[in-house]
Design a binder for this molecule. Structure first.
Ligand code: ATP
Ligand code: MG
Length: 261
């Protein structure tokens, strides 16, 4: 990790507050993410972690604050715009098409990159056909990278959970993101599946230089692979810094002692 070159701030979250009726999901949250780093967001259940990712990728619109991405500041993000800016996301609860093959699921991540329109695609003439071939080659490369060649034609619903999570990562990677938001990519996995997922996250970060924002409950994993950690509790930020700093933070220890994590 020490050899990794961490760059400028790519994503800057400023004073974000979000509430649902009376529930304050996020209160005045600020933190930044630097290019090429693995930035973890941790905190007990209901702390606001997923809500934070949902603000970044335009699914939720915060009542206050702003988000700056590569120097451009937004009050509200819009999902399509966010994707076009190179931010991709995996979900805490898988959002895959269970009846579709691994290949087709990952292909859905390429939609934004497809330049020809639906009419051309339907006829598969000329440019559209060439483009489809090029897109498939990119998807095949992701399938090789994630070592899921053997399952490329298998309907996703038939795969074990750990592999489904890997396909979800593949769908996000197909967007060729600069920033990848991962919401509990290792939840529900056994030790071996977690090790595999850790390795893929590190490889994505290393080989493609992708900046990663990672929500994860497994403290061993977080302390191992992240460069910096933000800690949320009841929608407030209670810690921010290198893994060692955060681990020694009294407020963080207290928040974690009060929960099952
Ligand atoms: N769409 C919504 N409508 C109403 N309340 C919501 C909504 N989304 C989140 N909340 C509330 O906001 C708070 C933060 O939820 P969030 O899902 O962001 O937490 P989390 O840290 O991701 O928790 P977990 O570790 O369980 O995934 C919770 O009190 C939750 O009930
Ligand atoms: Mg969550």
């Amino acid at each position: 990790m020490a050899s990794k070159k961490i760059g400028e701030v790519i994503l800057d979250v400023q004073n974000i507050s979000l509430s649902f009726g009376g529930v304050k999901a996020l209160t005045d949250i600020s933190f930044n993410v630097r290019e090429h780093e693995i930035r973890a967001i941790i905190g007990p259940n209901g702390a606001g972690k997923s809500s934070m990712l949902n603000c970044i990728n335009g699914v939720y619109q915060p009542q206050q604050g702003s988000i700056t991405f590569r120097g451009q500041t937004f009050k509200h993000m819009n999902s399509r715009q966010v994707a076009e800016m190179g931010v991709a996301r995996t979900f805490q609860n898988l959002a895959l098409f269970k009846g579709m093959s691994v290949l087709d699921n990952i292909m859905t991540g390429r939609n934004l990159q497809m330049k020809t329109n639906v009419f051309q695609q339907a006829w598969r003439f000329g440019a559209a056909e060439r483009e489809e071939t090029a897109q498939r080659e990119k998807v095949e490369r992701i399938i090789d990278f994630l070592e899921i060649q053997a399952y490329r034609k298998t309907p996703v619903g038939r795969l074990p959970y750990g592999l489904q999570k890997r396909v979800d990562l593949g769908r996000a990677l197909a967007m060729e993101p600069q920033v990848l938001l991962l919401d509990e990519p290792m939840a529900g996995m056994n030790v071996e599946e977690k090790q595999d997922m850790c390795r893929f996250i590190l490889d994505v970060n290393d080989e493609f230089g992708t900046t990663i924002v990672l929500i994860e409950h497994d403290m061993g994993v977080v302390m191992d692979i992240s460069d910096r950690v933000v800690v949320l509790d009841y929608g407030k930020k209670i810690g921010d810094g290198a893994p060692d700093e955060v681990r020694a933070n009294e407020d963080v220890i207290r928040a974690y002692l009060g929960t099952s994590h």
